[in-house]
Design a binder for this molecule. Structure first.
Ligand code: NAD
Ligand code: TYD
Length: 353
């Protein structure tokens, strides 16, 4: 019988966090998994319904911006590992409300680092502080090139700047206090349980409702898409085998121009909904571009694949089919998350475009 390890996952009720939490709860019965989440608009315990009664899973509602709360939490549980995903994560919201991003992503991460470091100072065993970050910290690429772990940081939105700040704080705690940190920077994720403010679920939801599909600018911006469960697999591998003090870039090697991706989604949705071919395409509406819109992100995943043997397991065709089917089969989940505040958010973001 292996000794129980206590793992704190922050933001476990969110999109990626819920996939990571499920993976750790199911694959590692000797880990006691604590999911700390504030349950903002993006956090949803419905995402974890299937594991909520697992004996090695505990949910804790709390805010990483509250320093005293975090200190008390670490003092109570003496976690052996931390996987930090809690964040404000949507670029458009960061443009309208940057302070929320500075509080959660910068101050919240600082609080977490400080609480973890205090435990080490007291002689408690913490093996790994794993910070989950984004490729957006590297800024925007032109038509060619890829982000490597050596690409200089050049964030251009309040979201990416707040994530870049948190990455710097994590590295500072490694160099200054020897906190055993590891960081990964991932490209755009897609899959089940993603809040319909992000491109793919927003398009699926709008097609379902026969509403206009808002395409920013000319739709020529490019993103590198990775299926969320492949990101969770990478997080598992980095947590267990990543070298402390190191950064790993994670990407899908799967670049799509927004407009091409949207057209593809329209075709899949017409087939799934038994609608006449071309029905969804008619909903495409070009709208005012996002301020400071990064042109292209693309990741070089050589390091994680060579050092840790990670590679995506799912091709995009299969991943998209699974994603669309999930939203169609989970209409209740979708209706719940678009009730209440979502309508106001949508009007604020899109009516003026
Ligand atoms: P999400 O917005 O779906 O979920 C964020 C979670 O954090 C929610 O459950 C929310 O309730 C929680 N949270 C927010 N503020 C909190 C606070 N103050 N205290 C405690 N909990 C709080 O985000 P996501 O898309 O799952 O992203 C998770 C992480 O991965 C983020 O750090 C994000 O920067 C990073 N990331 C996301 C992507 C992507 O494509 N979605 C890509 C690369 C990296
Ligand atoms: P998003 O899912 O918000 O992720 P990110 O901005 O973090 O990459 O957006 C993906 C791309 O889709 C991005 O180039 C902006 C664009 N986009 C639209 O064209 N329309 C929309 O309604 C949204 C939400 C995004």
């Amino acid at each position: 019988m292996k000794a129980v390890k206590k793992i704190l996952i922050t933001g476990g009720a969110g999109f990626i966090g819920s996939h990571v939490t499920r993976r750790f709860v199911k694959n590692y019965p000797h880990y006691q998994v604590y999911n700390l989440d504030k349950l903002t608009y993006a956090g949803n315990l419905e995402n974890l319904k299937d594991i909520e009664d697992a004996p090695n899973y505990i949910f804790i509602k709390g805010d990483i911006v509250n320093q005293q709360f975090l200190k008390d939490l670490f003092e109570k549980y003496h976690f052996n590992g931390v996987i930090h995903l809690a964040a404000e994560s949507h670029v458009d919201r960061s443009i309208t409300n940057p302070m929320e991003f500075i509080h959660t992503n910068v101050v919240g991460t600082g609080n977490l680092l400080f609480a973890a470091q205090e435990q080490i100072n007291k002689g408690k065993l913490l093996d790994c502080f794993y910070h989950i970050s984004t490729d957006e910290v590297y800024g925007s690429l032109g038509d060619t090139g890829l982000f490597t772990e050596e690409t200089p940081y050049s964030p251009r939105s309040p979201y990416s700047a707040s994530k870049a700040s948190s990455d710097h704080l994590v590295r500072a705690f490694y160099h200054t206090y020897k906190l055993p940190v590891v960081i990964s920077n991932c490209s755009n994720n897609y899959g089940s349980n993603q809040f319909p403010e992000k491109l793919i679920p927003l398009v699926i939801n709008n097609i379902l409702n026969m509403s206009p599909i808002p395409v920013y600018g000319k739709g020529e911006n490019i993103r590198d898409w990775l299926y969320v469960e492949d990101h969770a697999l990478a997080i598992d591998q980095v947590y267990h085998a990543g070298q402390k003090g190191q950064t790993y870039n994670i990407g899908g090697n799967n670049e799509w121009k927004n407009i091409d991706l949207i057209i593809k989604l329209c075709e899949i949705m017409d087939i799934r909904l038994n609608r006449k071919s071309g029905t969804s395409h008619k909903l495409i509406t070009f709208v005012k571009d996002r301020a400071g819109h990064d042109l292209r992100y693309a990741i070089d995943s050589t390091k994680i694949s060579q050092e840790l043997g990670w590679k995506p397991t799912l091709d995009f065709e299969t991943g998209m089919a699974k994603t669309v089917d999930w939203y169609l089969n989970n209409n209740e989940w979708l209706q719940n998350v678009i009730s209440g505040d979502y309508e106001k958010y949508y009007d604020d973001q899109y009516k003026k475009r």
